[in-house]
Ligand binder design. Structure first.
Ligand SMILES: [Zn+2]
Length: 185
């Protein structure tokens, strides 16, 4: 059982651990884990700690540095930080703007449109799903764009974000050098 503290005090409640950035042996970011799990990997010899927080992990009378960034000894070939083709991510890509009438809406007033309708064999993919307002969606129905004379504002493609932006503004500053130049997959 671990607790967590700083130089001056120990937080006796659990579940207050910081997050640790996990890198593979090429220093490529591959995940974000709880600092206790990160500590455990370092302890077992599976990783080394390259950055630490200004805080510590405590268990009984033992005290250890709380890891901020760890590096595995292994190289891992896998597309980490993959942006899923979900409703939320499609809205975000299209900036909550209907891709037919080009008006912005709140999430509750938007839906997803299959450019090539499902009934015509259209897939659930980045290239075939767009943000659409209820009105345009009803107007389009199960038809192809050329059948109804509607046009897409822009061609839908899979988005690519700088990882540092995608993870959001609350990431620890100590991670930033390890995230620069890295994009989502
Ligand atoms: Zn619309």
């Amino acid at each position: 059982m671990f607790s967590r503290g700083t130089q001056n005090k120990v937080y006796l409640f659990l579940g207050a651990f910081l997050l640790t950035l996990k890198l593979d042996s090429s220093y490529k970011p591959i995940g974000i884990i709880d600092s206790v799990d990160a500590f455990s990997m370092v302890w077992k010899g599976k990783a080394v700690m390259v950055e630490r927080y200004d805080s510590y992990l405590k268990s009984g009378n033992d005290v250890w540095d709380e890891p901020a960034v760890i590096v595995l000894h292994r190289y891992i070939d896998f597309p980490f930080f993959r942006v899923g083709c979900t409703r939320r991510e499609i809205f975000k890509r299209d900036k909550y703007v209907c891709q037919y009438c080009h008006y912005p809406f709140s999430g509750g007033k938007l839906t997803l449109d299959h450019v090539i309708p499902k009934s015509r064999g259209g897939q659930k993919s980045w290239e075939n799903l767009v943000t659409c307002c209820i009105k345009c969606n009803q107007k389009k129905g199960d038809r192809l764009l050329r059948e109804i004379g509607m046009h897409l504002w822009r061609r839908p493609i899979k988005p690519r974000y700088r990882l540092i932006d995608w993870l959001g503004p609350s990431i620890p500053g100590i991670w930033k050098p390890y995230l620069s130049g890295v994009y989502t997959k």
